[in-house]
Design a binder for this molecule. Sequence first.
Ligand code: UDP
Length: 472
Amino acid sequence: MAQAEEKEENHVLLVAFSSQGHINPMLRLGKRLAAKGIHVTLATTEIARHRMLKSSGAGPADLVTGIELLFYSDGLSLDYDRKTNLDVYMDSLGKHGPSNLSSLIKEHYPSPKKLLCIVTNPFVPWVSDVAAEYNIPCAMLWIQPCALYAIYYRCFNKLSAFPTLTDPDMVVELPGLPSMEEEDLPSFALPNNPFGSFPKLFSEVFQGMEKFKWVLGNSFYELEKHVIDSMCELYPIRPIGPLVPPTLLGQDQELENASVDMWKSDETCIEWLTQQPPSSVIYVSFGSIVVLPAKQMEAIATALKNVKRPFLWVVKPPEFPTPDGAGQLPSRFLEETKDQGQVVRWSPQTRVLSHPAVACFITHCGWNSLLETICSGIPLIAYPQWTDQPTNAKLIVDVFKIGVRIKKEVDGNISSEVIEKCIEEVMVGPVAEQLRKNAMALKAEGRKAVAAGGSSDENIRLFVEEISGNSS
Ligand code: UDP
């Protein structure tokens, strides 16, 4: 058979929302499928290509080997402020995405229905309709914890009681999960949330799950077994993670890394880490989207100064700065701490987390960051902001038992004293010791899950067998 035809017949198309936290797990899934003999292409929007080019100067083709990258337009110009105008962005993506993706498929695959499967994620739910147009089976990669999948499924299908405008403080009880109060629930499941189109989008996704023949989860069975089991009778989710770089899984030889940085990472921090004592550095990062208000930046800065421990803080300058100083360091902080810590705009995070000098991670609790930390075996200090992050913080503290949470004050702010207390708690003493032990145990479980014959590896094998039509 000619090579082009063989490629077309043994091919999976991944379609990702164009954010760092969505593209990375998709690419890593792509690498795992490729390792099982599948040809993989990833499609996302032009804005991702624009950021990749800006970050590295290299073309996307040079950034990831073995996976072809394709791009389509979301209908907006490249310099449009998508972050501030999220609703306009999601609206335009929903309006222009389907036809643009459909044209891309027609252009690249002369016989689209030969594709084994299209895998997408919940932020671009219309992809399942494009797949149906061509008669291609569709799978969802759920990129948050399986716990969130269970919560949203039950919430949007009205299978359990959730807070309402008349009873906003009710405690939510769900199978396989601890009791959850308002501060533990994901923002899209709250009755009066200000997140525009997202709850509507999630509600449509979860009421139409039959469009997805498979739901794959970026998690592992041993991490979330109770909640995964609780979904078996409803709409099962198959964990195939943790989708983190192979170096964090002790798999350097078998799989290559697959991630593209949308911001240029500052490698000098690795040299700096190497000069620090083992288990001494506090790593601080809030991911690719969160921009902290000036007051919260100040509280963190004060706490770091006061604890007098080495720190590495990622402060990604806001793409569209605001006059209130959100996301910016207090003046003089760099000068005052030049012998204590380092501030970078973007770090090579997975290398940082696995560096022996790093002791703990103050994080916004993005799921990719959490999985990367779990696979590095270090404890966390949770400072969640929105979407799944509050629930992820609850899991860290009460289910995985690998961290503590910075509690907000009544006015929504945080005090530097509370942060200092959390830092000391995870750095020294019996709590710190227990958290480290738990973190190391989960790291070992994660490695086992993705190793040959492990629970996630088996789930990938089964998925490949099913999409290839080889299952009995
Ligand atoms: N990341 C990175 N360098 C940084 C901060 C983050 O490489 O300085 C990566 C991190 O390793 C993770 C992703 O960006 O893979 C962030 O995803 P996450 O789900 O944690 O948060 P989000 O950015 O989606 O809020």
